[in-house]
Design a protein around this ligand. Structure first.
Ligand code: AMP
Length: 196
């Protein structure tokens, strides 16, 4: 089973991906994690990616696609994978299509978690208020300004992937504002209708 989960930051992709890993024996491939590992190991890719990552910019498509292409050849990906943090742009999605076709593979589903962005921001603001009221220090990324920036970047660069995959007839959408369990059930129902 080969999947992509789409949705803005805070939509619950990580939580759902973890559940899919457990239920289906597939692996979660995070390009951010893979690149950080390459930097740590001092590989050629790591050396190229380090400065770009340190500057908070996007690593070139060539590098990211190469990293994913090598990773999915590993034996633990034989049962399938969920891509996390990739593709992040339409050109990356096009490169992924070419790369999978070259390996004789295809995606089973692209599942989008539809969420109300303002509700996500409100949730985050509440969490910050509650933490402060309880005498705690909010996490650095539980910061409404930073969060809005990530949402804006998602909207600009990654949200166009919904139309891309919809045009290819691969997109399935589900309401990500429901409880974690309800979203998991909805994803399962989509997969039952899509996979094998
Ligand atoms: P993340 O852990 O997904 O936030 O990724 C951390 C960093 O890795 C990003 O800031 C980028 O520099 C790089 N990165 C991860 N995924 C990608 C991608 N699909 N395309 C380009 N750069 C990426």
């Amino acid at each position: 089973m080969r999947l992509i989960l789409l949705g803005p930051p805070g939509a619950g992709k990580g939580t759902q991906a973890q559940r899919l890993v457990e239920r289906h024996g597939i692996v979660q491939l995070s390009t951010g994690d893979m690149l950080r590992a390459a930097v740590k190991a001092g590989t050629e890719v790591g050396l190229k990616a380090k400065a770009v990552m340190d500057a908070g910019q996007l690593v070139s498509d060539e590098i990211v696609v190469g990293v994913v292409a090598d990773r999915i050849d590993q034996p633990d990906c034989a049962r399938g994978f969920i891509l996390d943090g990739f593709p992040r742009t339409v050109p990356q999605a096009e490169a992924l299509d070419r790369m999978l076709a070259g390996k004789g593979l295809k995606l089973d589903a692209v599942i989008e978690l539809k969420v109300d962005e303002e509700a996500l921001v409100a949730r985050m603001e509440n969490r910050v208020k509650e933490t402060i009221a309880a005498g705690g220090v909010p996490r650095a990324d539980d910061n409404p300004d930073a969060f809005r920036k990530r949402l804006a970047e998602y909207r600009e660069k990654t949200a166009p992937l919904s139309s891309y995959y919809a045009a290819a007839g691969e997109l399935k959408t589900t309401d990500g504002m429901r409880s974690i369990d309800e979203v998991t059930e909805a994803i399962d129902a989509i997969l039952k209708g899509t996979v094998g």
